[in-house]
Ligand binder design. Structure first.
Ligand SMILES: [Zn+2]
Length: 117
């Protein structure tokens, strides 16, 4: 049985094991019109997963219209290291606050690397 890939967002299931992508953010990424993320945390996690998987279509579809860039350029050098949800607070039925840290690593220029022109 092939192991299903673990969701990049690192959400844990009931057994404290990481959820498979298909059981977690994959549901929203693959069919965001029919099954949008149900709450702020799920949305935030799914957007993180969309960055990891370079799903520009999902990111643009879920971006607030006033802040949406015309397109998304993924930096191929960025390594996503994980997502840490610090706090999740329901404000009312339609508003929630999620505090989170998405850790990423951009390649610096290693010392002594040959210069490119
Ligand atoms: Zn996920």
């Amino acid at each position: 049985m092939p192991a299903s890939p673990v969701c990049p967002c690192g959400r844990l299931g009931a057994s404290r094991k990481p959820l498979a992508f298909a059981q977690c953010c994959g549901r929203y990424l693959d069919d965001f019109a029919a099954s949008p993320a149900p709450d702020a945390e799920a949305l935030m996690r799914s957007r993180y997963s969309a960055f990891v998987r370079e799903r520009a279509d999902y990111l643009l579809a879920t971006w607030h219209a006033s802040q949406r860039p015309p397109s998304i350029d993924f930096d191929p050098g960025v390594k996503w290291l994980g997502l840490e949800v610090r706090q999740h607070r329901e404000l009312d039925v339609t508003h929630a606050e999620v505090e989170f840290v998405a850790r990423q690593k951009s390649p610096g220029s290693p010392a002594g690397a040959p210069a490119r022109a």
